[in-house]
Write a protein that binds this ligand. Structure first.
Ligand SMILES: [Zn+2]
Ligand SMILES: [Zn+2]
Length: 262
């Protein structure tokens, strides 16, 4: 069931929300004016106003395969896949823009490792559109990024998940919180460990700050990341949020790594 705009439950904010500030006001900033200038399409180089030209949007975004609503892997229908029926992930839903592959892998790589602000805006807008297309009740009321460890954050200088989360939150008129869920450390040397052991390591590395404990109670949370690969990190983060009192967690990602062999 896909609710129409504004047709969500009365106590939940409409997912398709108008931004808090009128568009004309945001266009006054130099940065926003710059964003409206024609520039080459990030994929084909054709000049356009959007960052992604109409041709590429049609080619790469117009069609979306059916996906399992729990893990977002491509599936014959929009019903939960066998793996999710046997062993449901702790998150109730996963919404993805696309499979992790051409051209999204390149765009995400540039966004993640070269910190291109115009790409962050473009990818967040596309993710927001995917969320608005696929959202089902209960709708999220707060958006959190999948956290980076302090070491990784210091290396990279920013958390790409937060760059997406805060923009999607603005677009949907929802709050975003960067400090509620923290990752205390990286969990290297996960290769060779069982899935359960990797999950336990990751779960132990996630920590909900006191502010998050207060804020999460009874809330529907959307957890944002760039790519969902095995789902282990998203599962560990979801478990931490649920243990802290969140009513439910859904995961929103730019890209979903296809299952091996698919
Ligand atoms: Zn293009
Ligand atoms: Zn599934």
């Amino acid at each position: 069931m896909r609710p129409a705009a504004g047709a969500g439950p009365a106590d939940a904010p409409a997912l398709i929300a108008t931004p808090a500030a009128p568009a004309t006001a945001t266009l006054q900033t130099p940065r926003a004016r710059w964003l409206r200038l024609p520039r080459p399409c990030v994929l084909c180089g054709q000049w356009d106003h959007q960052g992604l030209c109409g041709d590429c949007e049609q080619r790469f975004l117009a069609t979306a395969p059916a996906r399992c609503p729990r893990c977002a892997l491509p599936a014959p229908t929009d019903a939960p896949c066998g793996a999710c029926l046997r062993e449901p992930p702790p998150f109730a839903r996963c919404i993805t823009l696309a499979d992790y592959g051409f051209p999204w892998d390149r765009l995400i790589g540039r966004f993640k490792f070269q910190q291109q602000p115009e790409l962050a805006a473009l990818l967040a807008t596309a993710l927001q559109a995917a969320v608005q297309r696929h959202a089902t009740a209960p709708l999220a009321t707060v958006i959190l990024p999948v956290p980076l460890s302090p070491q990784r954050l210091a290396e990279r200088g920013y958390n790409q998940a937060w760059e997406l989360a805060r923009r999607v939150a603005t677009g949907l008129g929802l709050p975003a919180e960067a400090g509620w869920l923290l990752r205390l450390r990286d969990t290297p040397h996960q290769v060779g460990l069982s899935r359960e052991a990797r999950e336990r390591n990751l779960r132990d590395a996630m920590w909900v700050a006191p502010e998050g404990q207060r804020g999460l109670a009874g809330r529907q949370v959307a957890l944002v990341d760039d790519v969902l690969t095995t789902g282990v990190t998203a599962a560990a983060a979801s478990q931490a949020l649920l243990a802290a009192g969140a009513a439910g967690v859904q995961v929103w990602v730019l890209a979903r790594t296809p299952a091996p062999g698919s």
